[in-house]
Design a protein around this ligand. Structure first.
Ligand code: SF4
Ligand code: SF4
Ligand code: SF4
Length: 268
């Protein structure tokens, strides 16, 4: 059920329950019409996150499966780094994206300590792509929970508020201290995240992930960006550019939907 707005939406994934079936990946792909992956050479294999794969399963030795997606940081560095506010933290917790005002600088991709956002290079109108915690679908009442959590056949990944899922995580660890690592990934990393994970093995994180919030550091770094560059960026967000971008996006989306519909028809 959709949590009250004053609570931070969250997902808890339990590595001990995950069977690596990727129903979550396919659930996300279908609900968000992300299309199919392109085999880009710089990707870390076809299972890496991509513009059309907003969540994935990392396969650790010994058949341990770890979900990866945007962490919906409590203090998101990506949103802080975006000069035009195309990425923003909603009051409900998800970090969402507005392609119509994005100017393509990709500061967000450089700022994210978890190395999550991807760019749709193969699209006619490239845009930043990442998990948005199904914010629009849940807010509009179209869905009661994210497509990935509802698709999981073994409840390895569940939706709720950050408070209640932290409680569940602590209870599971306390009930089985010999099974679980005594750590909740996402409780403190980067100042805390909306995606929480418990596990019976250590989960490697990029060494760019600190335990304190990041935006302050991001702004400190951005202050060193030459003023002239930011000036060019500000010029790009003029009204004409924005309207053009919106039209281009609308046409590109219509084309993508038409291609998806015709592919589905030919599969029938
Ligand atoms: S994980 Fe990265 S992209 Fe997601 S909210 Fe945090 S900083 Fe932003
Ligand atoms: S929360 Fe929604 S957008 Fe994010 S991975 Fe799950 S299904 Fe995809
Ligand atoms: S659907 Fe559930 S069990 Fe399957 S890979 Fe995703 S989290 Fe793991």
């Amino acid at each position: 059920m959709k949590p009250a707005a004053k609570h931070h939406w969250a997902i808890l994934t339990d590595v001990t329950k995950c069977i690596g079936c990727e129903s979550c990946v396919e659930g996300c792909r279908g609900a968000n019409h992300t299309g199919r992956d392109q085999p880009w050479t710089w990707q870390n294999g076809v299972r890496d996150l991509s513009a059309s794969r907003w969540t994935t399963i990392d396969r650790l030795p010994g058949n341990h499966y770890v979900r990866r997606q945007c962490r919906h940081c409590v203090s998101p560095a990506c949103a802080s780094a975006c000069p035009v506010g195309a990425l923003k933290k909603t009051p409900e917790g998800p970090v969402v994206y507005d392609a119509s005002i994005c100017m393509g600088c990709r500061y967000c991709m450089m700022a994210c300590p978890f190395q999550i956002p991807r760019y749709s290079w193969d699209s006619a109108i490239p845009a930043v792509r990442k998990c948005v915690l199904c914010h629009d679908r849940i807010e509009s009442g179209e869905a009661r929970e994210p497509a990935c959590t509802s698709a999981c056949p073994v409840d390895a990944t569940i939706f709720g508020t950050r408070e209640e899922l932290l409680k569940v995580a602590k209870q599971r660890i306390a009930a089985n201290p010999n099974v679980y690592r005594s750590h909740i990934w996402g409780e403190h990393e980067a100042g805390g995240t909306g995606i929480l994970t418990i596990s019976d093995v250590d989960i490697p994180l990029p060494n760019t992930v600190p335990t304190d919030p990041l935006p302050e550091r991001t702004w400190a770094a951005l202050r060193t960006v030459p003023f002239v560059f930011l000036g060019v960026g500000a010029g790009m967000v003029g009204l004409r550019w924005l309207l053009g971008r919106r039209d281009q996006l609308r046409l590109a989306e219509e084309k993508a939907r038409a291609a998806e519909a015709s592919a589905e028809k030919s599969e029938e």
